[in-house]
Design a protein around this ligand. Structure first.
Ligand SMILES: Nc1nc2c(ncn2[C@@H]2O[C@H](COP(=O)(O)OP(=O)(O)OP(=O)(O)O)[C@@H](O)[C@H]2O)c(=O)[nH]1
Ligand SMILES: [Mg+2]
Length: 239
């Protein structure tokens, strides 16, 4: 019997990148390895035809309640995953920065039995010239060092958008992020719930289309989330 695998693609106006990402997914290899992949697009109410392209590609789409906010989209997608029978969820950004072929490497590490969650690390992997500004590179390092110092769990890239989770990990995570602080909260929640985290180095390429990240404001929200979850391990307010 094949094992259910949800491949979660967050989108906000990714009409030009989404087809490339979907076409690069290693579906045949995954099926050969015994997985039954289901692609789930979590859309932040795109206005550029992303939803139409996703439908044309025959993908399952959920359109998030609140307009915009990756955190809202991911939390709705996790709830949808828990309604399915799938065993594992892999998420990767749908902007062309992550290589879909590397899903198999994350899965191999995850299913070796040792981990509940595996992170794809860009900072320990290879970053294509122009893919990450120097400013963002420094910011990503500072946020990751802060996370490691506060939670005493070693990972080398907490803001990565490439994650693989066993079902139990999604069941246990307690999240209330609205926006780009969601990855930091996934890290803090995994740490607070005692989930075992591993990582594999990955490649990171320049994105197709426009960035939605506002570097400084989002960096501050991430830092704040790291601090708040250190003292309040579970969300008090679940908007
Ligand atoms: N569902 C949903 N997805 C979003 C939202 N905002 C961004 N995304 C998606 O989340 C992923 C990450 O967003 P990006 O804009 O690439 O942010 P980033 O990767 O930190 O920044 P770049 O370095 O510019 O790529 C992309 O696939 C976006 O399409 C949102 O409000 N809702
Ligand atoms: Mg991106």
């Amino acid at each position: 019997m094949s094992r259910g695998l949800t491949i979660l693609l967050p989108t906000l106006n990714e009409v030009s990148a989404l087809p490339n990402v979907v076409n690069a997914l290693p579906i045949d290899i995954l099926e050969y390895q015994g997985w039954s992949p289901n692609i789930l697009v979590a859309d932040g109410r795109s206005t550029d035809g992303t939803q139409e392209i996703a439908s044309k590609l025959g993908l399952e789409i959920i359109v998030q309640g609140p307009a915009a906010g990756k955190g809202f989209g991911m939390r709705e997608a996790f709830a949808r995953f828990l309604d399915s029978d799938d065993e594992v969820l892999v998420m990767l950004d749908a902007d062309g920065t992550y290589n879909p072929k590397e899903i198999t490497r994350l899965l191999k590490h995850l299913t070796s039995g040792e981990y509940d969650v595996v992170i794809g690390s860009r900072l320990r992997g290879s970053i294509e010239p122009g893919a990450m500004s120097r400013f963002n590179w420094i910011g990503n390092h500072i946020l990751t060092w802060t996370a490691v110092a506060l939670y005493r769990i070693f990972v080398s890239d907490i803001c990565t958008g490439y994650w693989a989770f066993k079902r139990e990990a999604i069941e246990k995570m307690q999240l209330n992020s609205k926006s780009f602080e969601i990855e930091a909260e996934m890290f803090t929640s995994c740490a607070n719930e005692g989930l075992r985290m591993g990582e594999v180095p990955i490649s990171y390429a320049a994105r197709i289309g426009e960035s939605k990240l506002g570097s400084v404001g989002d960096g501050v929200k991430i830092l704040r989330k790291l601090l708040v979850r250190r003292f309040f391990p579970r969300p008090v307010n679940r908007v």
